[in-house]
Design a binder for this molecule. Structure first.
Ligand code: NAD
Length: 357
């Protein structure tokens, strides 16, 4: 076996249908938390409040001004509220934007986070934080932002409509697939990622067809957990770097951008990342020599998620501009060297939504 170094991250996972409320009491007890601030979006405020009901007497504040990509002014307001209330814990109930907002506060104040994710973004499993200032997103790694406990309750995801379930599931799929070729990948992250692909490919299409199917929701959420764990080890490579630049510069929707790019980046690496392609095929239960990129594209079509960037905000007339921005990040390490022409090809295909050969 090739020598490797794998750093295990600390943190607890509590997984179970309908268990969030009871688990929350135990976890706050374990962390000896008496003054929690509840973080959520305005839209999920009622759900967040009802999840936090069993620890109502320990809530000292509510921050419900979460916005996508954690704008610095939102982070500043959240930090101010945590300071003003003398909080000793952040309770994040929501998607990646909510977890991200809690992380921004933890980064500044060092408060522990208990995260209850309600999408498949996977951020709750990673020590990666992000903030956006003047349309530029900055990210970094810091174990202070890694949630101390993650409570996964599939019941809290049944309200996710198919139009969010599909792309969010593919966002998690992208964490898994990229973990298979990222330079920092290890045998442990590869096993985690492969199982994540399997769980997501099983759960997400069923959850799209029947949002109330708890077994499908549990598979999808387990896949998201594995995806976050794999991504936490390996970090970004070509796929995430492209999505990161496009999201910041063109204000593209996060999960949809990941969805569209994934088959195109897979196609770019398919031959050179033979082990990654083999694992994707195996997890998707495909015969040898099937195109993994094509299979991912067809999975996206099946769940009714977008296949073309031009449909989510990046028209073909902006491909050159996008290429210039992503090219600023070159060189980007991976199983095959990528240059400006390679980037342009990936972006042109993604913009037009071309089916991988
Ligand atoms: P999000 O948190 O913005 O949620 C997407 C939409 O889903 C929102 O409209 C939200 O209101 C809605 N929603 C959430 N839960 C719901 C529920 N249970 N029922 C109905 N609607 C619900 O988006 P996201 O895709 O979850 O996360 C994207 C963000 O997370 C981005 O900013 C991205 O950069 C970040 N992220 C960070 C990491 C990391 O490791 N740091 C990893 C993945 C994503």
């Amino acid at each position: 076996m090739t020598p490797f170094v794998h750093e295990l991250l600390p943190g607890r996972i509590v997984f179970g249908c309908g268990t969030a409320g009871a688990a929350l009491v135990d976890e706050l007890d374990r962390l000896d938390a008496r003054r929690a601030v509840l973080v959520c979006t305005e839209r999920e405020r009622a759900v967040a409040r009802s999840v936090a009901e069993p620890v109502q007497d320990r809530l000292v504040g509510l921050f419900d001004e979460v916005r996508m990509h954690v704008p610095v002014e939102v982070a500043r307001d959240a930090v101010a509220l945590a300071r003003r209330t003398d909080a000793d814990l952040l309770l994040a109930v929501g998607g990646g934007s909510t977890t991200g907002t809690a992380k921004a506060v933890a980064l500044e104040l060092g408060l522990p986070i208990v995260a209850i994710p309600t999408t498949y973004a996977g951020s709750e499993m990673t020590p990666v934080w992000g903030r956006t200032d003047a349309r530029r997103k900055t990210t970094g790694r810091d174990t202070r932002v890694l949630p101390r406990t993650v409570i996964y309750d599939p019941e809290l995801t049944v309200s996710l409509p198919p139009a969010i379930t599909g792309p969010s599931g593919m966002n998690a799929m992208a964490h898994c697939v990229e973990a298979l070729w990222a330079p920092a990948g290890t045998p442990l992250s590869a096993v985690t990622a492969e199982e994540g692909i399997r769980a997501l490919a099983s759960g997400v299409p069923r959850a799209v067809v029947d949002p109330a199917d708890l077994s499908a929701r549990a598979d999808a959420l387990w896949g998201a957990c594995l995806a976050g764990a794999a991504f936490a080890t390996t970090g970004s490579a070509l796929h995430h770097k492209i999505c990161h630049v496009l999201g910041g510069a063109f204000d593209l929707p996060h999960a949809e951008t990941h969805t569209v790019l994934l088959p195109q980046v897979m196609a770019f690496y398919e031959t050179d990342a033979a082990d990654a392609a083999r694992r994707v095929r195996r997890a998707l239960d495909l015969p040898e020599r099937t195109s993994a990129a094509r299979a991912l594209y067809e999975l996206i079509e099946r769940i009714g998620a977008p296949t073309a960037l031009r449909d989510v905000g990046l028209g073909t007339d902006r491909v050159d501009e996008a290429t210039d921005l992503v090219a600023e990040l070159l060189p980007i390490a991976g199983p095959r060297p990528v240059d400006r022409n390679g980037l342009r090809d990936i972006l042109a295909r993604a913009s037009a939504g071309e089916r991988p050969d």
